[in-house]
Design a protein around this ligand. Sequence first.
Ligand SMILES: [Mn+2]
Length: 310
Amino acid sequence: MYDIIGDIHGHADELVELLTKMGYSEQSDCFRHPCRRVIFCGDFVDRGPNIPDVVRIARSMVEGNAALAVMGNHEFNALAYHTPDPVAPDQFLRPHSKKNERQHLQTLRQFTDDDLATALAWFRTLPPNLDLGPIRVVHACWDAAGIDTIASAIRREGSFTAAFLKQATTPDDPLFEAVECVMKGPELRLPDGVTVTDKEGNVRRRIRIRWFDEPTDETWASYSLPAKPDLSSEPIPASAPAVPYPAQAPPVFFGHYWLPHATPAPLKPNIACLDYSIAKHGFLCAYRFDGEASLLADHFVMVPAKETQP
Ligand SMILES: [Mn+2]
């Protein structure tokens, strides 16, 4: 059975504590449990104090068959940041803007050039999603159409090659839309004049949403994820993006959404987010899956963020 772990963002001490708490111990090659495996939801890098150790621990577990992993938007962004644009070789596929550099700064500082190259090579091998039958795992959104688009681009161009990344960073390309939706989640544009401020102080005109719910009868406040009760209780437009997830489909796990440090619980009986804001003094979170069709609040395991922040 599986222990699914949310966004880690360089918090290696908390990762070791969480693995230990769940009965994993360090063997000659990697952390292992006698009868369980980890699934990582992605976002290993950026922000935290020990990114190289997080990548080393996760990678050794995946290579030792003690874990599976999907790619997060921060790994995707890192690949694009370090890949020259094939048609403008003095540029990179993710521009080296102040905002993008700030988001990636701890990764740039903590890795040697060689170790970063090795990490990027590993990121290229990560799948965008896992469909294991009884459960599904993705970084942000289980969008079947987007997942198909990414899978066929991988078959055509290779896994996160420069050609793949060029299409995936070109707005209006179907692959760009698919990666945005699957790894970053669909977003809803706020009404003119309304903005929100994200955790990094960036002013945003779009909000992350409960994509798995039908948008009918939802308000700006009720459809935001995490919930933003200060938003309007007016209905959202009929054109709002949505990827409704069927109640009878297998449980889906994802990270990405910076949920507040409240008591963890499934968002719906077959939907669980495991990102409880470790990078913002929150918790590193796992869900211990034992085959249940309806997810249970007492299967969440959490470790609080230590005070060390870079
Ligand atoms: Mn993310």
